[in-house]
Structures are given as structure tokens and as C-alpha cells.
Design a protein around this ligand. Structure first.
Ligand SMILES: Nc1ncnc2c1ncn2[C@@H]1O[C@H](COP(=O)(O)OP(=O)(O)OP(=O)(O)O)[C@@H](O)[C@H]1O
Ligand SMILES: [Mg+2]
Length: 256
């Protein structure tokens, strides 16, 4: 087994009084592909947002490469919390994320979209950034669309730009949140193939998806969530044959 890259320990997240995640414990080894499944509203997106600290958890800790990230509640820990906040941008830059609605900037060409993080986050000069961005776009099959604007790209191609943009920053883990859900069916396979390729290159990935064929084929483990909790975790075979009632019901609802 590879060393642990990422660990969530008793992670909890609330929005006001609404508890959205409770007692999340999950350990992800380097090179693993963990697929997260579960009903709408079960907390899957929030889990990813906790992992990359877009929505930092109130409870528990996230341990990334052996380093613990924990927010303290007491005012006495003001300085520790300030330190934590100050380090977050650096940590976020290690973690790539791709969303359902690709969020590419419409007023920038494909290559400019990918260059942005390289110049702003990584401090590369424009020449270096252009070189890396070009390589990254070629990797996802968009070598001939470098200067195209998003309005002239298909949904699948825009999603590839979003993937290239995340990959260009050389992240240690990639988070995918239902990245094929907004795509026309004929474009889904291409994006899933891209993700398969990344997985076989050894990228550590956490993938929220309804594509159960993908999950069963590519995941090292599948996490089933319901009502803000991890109900069960297992290998694809274990999840396929699970006897846990909620997971069974969910699987039969989407597998038919
Ligand atoms: N910013 C927010 N403020 C308040 N409540 C939120 C916020 N984000 C999410 N929630 C609530 O948290 C719960 C979990 O939402 P989340 O988006 O994580 O679910 P999900 O499993 O990703 O659902 P879906 O499959 O529909 O994408 C929901 O009840 C949602 O209303
Ligand atoms: Mg979601």
C-alpha cells in the first residue's frame, strides 16, 4: 500500500444550524481513486469542498501529506487560526478541482484560461506559463484549440480546458465533482477516458460521480454517503455486493 496522502479525521461541517457532514473519517493513499456516491443532498460536494478548504470544516482535521489542518474554536487560538488561514492558498494550490459547470472564463481563450493560475498562483512568467499551458492542453487532446474562446468549444471541450487548467498546476490530488453530469451523452465517454488515463498515470483522485461503470472499473474504493455521513466504504466488489440497506437501495435506484 502506498503512503497516505490525505486523511480526514472526524470531520464535521455545518451551515448555520444545518449539519451537513458528521464524523467523516477517510484515509486516501497516494495513487488511489476514491469514488463518492450517494443521494442528492447527502454532502458529496461539501465533502470535496472541505478537502480543498473552499468550505473549511468546523470539526475535526484534514491531514495532507502528514500535516494537520485544524481550525480551533477558542478565541485563545486566534494566532493559530490566523496562521492556518494564511497557509490555505498554498494548500489549495496542491489540490486541483473540476466542477460540473466547468467555470472557464468566457472572455479568455483556452490557453489564457490555463495560463491564469500559472501566472497568478505559481508566479510563472508568461512564456513559461504558455509552454506549460500548451503541454497541458495537448495532454487533454486540445492541442488544436489553444486560441479558441469557450463559446466556440463544445461542453466536453470546455470541460477538458477545466481539467487542463487544474493539471497545469501540477496538483497532488484531483477532485472531480460530477464533471460529466452537464455534458451531452456522446461527450461523457471522452471525459471519462481522460479521467481513466489520469488514474492510470497514478494521479490520486476523489471523484463524485453517478457513472457507476466508471466507479466499478476505476475506483480503488467507493464511498457511499447518506445524510452527511459515510455509510459504507469498500472496494468496487464489496460495494457491488453490499448488504447495507441504504447503499443497496441507492444502487438499485441508479443501476435499475
Ligand atoms: N453554502 C451552503 N449553505 C447552506 N447549505 C448548504 C451549502 N452548501 C450545501 N448546503 C447544504 O448541504 C447539504 C449537502 O449539500 P451537497 O451539495 O454537499 O450535496 P450533494 O451530495 O453534493 O448533492 P447533489 O448530488 O445534489 O450534488 C444540502 O442539504 C445543501 O442544501
Ligand atoms: Mg453535489
Amino acid at each position: 500500500m502506498n503512503p497516505t496522502l490525505l486523511q480526514l479525521k472526524n470531520v464535521g461541517k455545518r451551515f448555520g444550524d444545518h449539519v451537513v457532514l458528521s464524523e467523516i473519517n477517510l484515509e486516501i493513499a497516494k495513487g488511489e481513486v476514491v469514488c463518492v456516491i450517494g443521494p442528492s443532498g447527502s454532502g458529496k460536494s461539501t465533502l470535496l469542498r472541505c478537502i480543498n478548504f473552499i468550505a473549511p470544516p468546523e470539526e475535526g482535521e484534514v491531514i495532507f501529506e502528514g500535516r494537520s489542518w485544524k481550525r480551533f474554536h477558542s478565541a485563545l487560538n486566534f494566532i493559530a487560526n490566523r496562521k492556518y488561514e494564511a497557509q490555505l492558498p498554498k494548500l489549495r494550490a496542491e489540490i486541483g478541482m473540476v466542477f460540473q459547470h466547468f467555470n472557464v472564463f468566457p472572455h479568455m481563450s483556452a490557453i489564457e484560461n490555463v495560463m491564469l493560475g500559472l501566472t497568478k498562483v505559481r508566479g510563472k512568467n508568461r512564456n513559461e506559463a504558455r509552454e506549460i499551458a500548451e503541454r497541458s492542453l495537448r495532454q487533454v487532446g486540445l492541442g488544436d484549440k489553444l486560441d479558441q474562446y469557450p463559446e466556440k468549444l463544445s461542453g466536453g471541450q470546455k470541460q477538458r480546458v477545466a481539467i487542463a487548467r487544474a493539471l497545469a498546476l501540477n496538483p497532488k490530488v484531483m477532485l472531480f465533482d460530477e464533471v460529466t453530469s452537464a455534458l451531452d451523452p456522446e461527450l461523457v465517454t471522452g471525459i471519462l477516458d481522460e479521467m481513466r488515463r489520469l488514474a492510470s498515470d497514478g494521479m490520486t483522485m476523489v471523484v463524485v460521480t453517478h457513472e457507476m461503470n466508471f466507479a466499478f472499473q476505476v475506483a480503488t474504493r467507493i464511498v457511499f454517503m447518506d445524510a452527511g455521513r459515510i455509510v459504507t466504504i469498500g472496494t468496487p466488489d464489496e460495494i457491488r455486493n453490499t448488504t447495507e440497506p441504504r447503499a443497496r437501495a441507492f444502487l438499485s435506484s441508479i443501476l435499475g
